[in-house]
Design a protein. Sequence first.
Length: 279
Amino acid sequence: MAINLTEKFTEHVDEMFTTESKKALVTNRDYNWTGAHTIKVHKVNTVGMNDYDRLGTGENSSRYGALGSVENTLEEFTLRKDRSFTFAIDKLDKDETGGVLSGASALARQQREIIIPEVDAYTYDVMCTGAGTKVTDVTLSNENIYDEIIKGTEALDDAEVPDVGRVLTVTPGVYRMMKKCPDIALDCDISAEQKLSGVIALLDGMEVVKIPKNRMPENFGFMIAHPVATVAPTKLEEYKVHQDPPGISGELIEGRIVYDAFVLDNKKKAIYYMENKAS
């Protein structure tokens, strides 16, 4: 008999992705589910400015100019990553560990060690590929790292990306360069909540997040991103425990995770990606 624990653990899965997955800092959840594997994102346009016709002598019926239309367009995205896992917990192992090998702890461990690193790596790859600005011809060093980061912030400034919410993502190797650069003064006086989410310092008002090299694209240098640019839905589709199935003395665990990441075309300028050219 299979015990379906999907609903029971869905909230726990969301909580772990919020606190342990670093992608939560650089993506947003401004979407709605429209189906099992489909989300919709609202996209609202704007209108241009006109010269006010004080005398009403223009061709338009209104002194305010030609009438424009503000519309809400719904973009639909279908999640492409449908992943699963399965493992067995022997009855004696569960008894001898005092319940450490239980359904809840097994799922938490699977998330922490397997699922979250995979989802993070995929999300960062999508963001780097879809970045509005990509620089690939610079080799980073202790001497130029600060200037290159400032070029990134200038690019976001010119694209009118909000200052508040920007995140600087680096690998441990690049973070070491930053520590050695005489032009960089890192502000490490950050709140406990920021530390819990993965922030290690502040630079130029941006939160600095250090991500393991194996979760990033090859030759990753750094990325400056605002969460407004990327949506990254993740959903626990199934989590079932089979008690004493044929051939197993204990529990058979089966799970299914659906996820994806999408860079919004009208917001991609909020991502600046620097590839570290091999020297």
